[in-house]
Design a protein around this ligand. Structure first.
Ligand SMILES: Nc1nc2c(ncn2[C@@H]2O[C@H](COP(=O)(O)OP(=O)(O)OP(=O)(O)O)[C@@H](O)[C@H]2O)c(=O)[nH]1
Length: 216
């Protein structure tokens, strides 16, 4: 039987210390794999918050990701903090060659859960710049930190385009599952998840429409 078809918007933010590579990761995701003639990655520090979006088709789900790139610098913290409440997904990003950025992950996590109900947000821990050999955070300890905070862990590189799509697919799928299981709900006035479109199953059009979240 053909299922009803839904499309959602999920709002996802990238948080982490300055210069860990949040903008580069996001731009790589939105722009896709690098071309041979592409210049080296060089980014200006983010000022406040910048927005990106990308449409994604996963099995049983069409979704528009609204992606918020936040400044890592402390002086922008009051601006970025005001957005946490309307996020359903957060990538906590550290640089595998920068020990301090790893040590600060718990602070970033705390920042979010002090303003947002922890049951309403899905986190993913991301160890970025995995192309570099000068690492000072091991995969094992990052996995342990992720497990202790109840989230998955992944290593990425914008330079090599390694695991970039997978990181966003993973958090999107986890949000979809939480929505299907009722752990995350559509709520009036909350920007984390929005139902953009629902096409009812033609075979069930004569039946009463159910009013809960779409089960796709
Ligand atoms: N080797 C390597 N360098 C990277 C990678 N991603 C980003 N960089 C470099 O890291 C530096 C910082 O990158 P940004 O993307 O600006 O970092 P950010 O976290 O957005 O910084 P803020 O906007 O200040 O918070 C830049 O010089 C990038 O070229 C990567 O995957 N590998």
């Amino acid at each position: 039987m053909e299922a009803a078809s839904c499309s959602y918007q999920f709002r996802i933010a990238l948080l982490g210390d300055a210069a860990v590579g949040k903008t580069s990761l996001l731009r790589r995701y939105v722009a896709g794999a690098p071309r041979a003639e592409e210049p080296e990655l060089e980014q200006e520090p983010t000022v406040g918050v910048e927005f990106y979006s990308r449409a994604l088709q996963l099995p049983g789900l069409r979704v528009k990701l609204q992606l918020w790139d936040t400044a890592g610098q402390e002086r922008f913290r009051s601006i970025t903090r005001s957005f946490y409440r309307n996020m359903v997904g957060v990538l906590l990003v550290f640089d595998v060659t920068n020990r301090d950025s790893f040590e600060h992950i718990q602070d970033w996590h705390q920042e979010v859960i002090s303003t947002q109900d922890p049951d309403k947000v899905i986190f993913l821990l991301v160890g970025h710049k995995s192309d570099l050999s000068t690492r000072c955070v091991s995969t094992q300890e990052a996995k342990e930190l992720a497990a202790s905070l109840g989230m998955a862990f992944m290593e990425t590189s914008a330079k090599n385009n390694s695991n970039v799509d997978l990181a966003f697919d993973t958090i999107t799928t986890a949000i979809q599952q939480a929505l299907q299981q009722g752990n995350i709900k559509l709520e009036e006035g909350w920007g984390g998840v929005r139902l953009l479109h629902r096409t009812p199953n033609p075979r069930s059009s004569s039946r009463k429409q159910h009013s809960g979240p779409c089960q796709c």
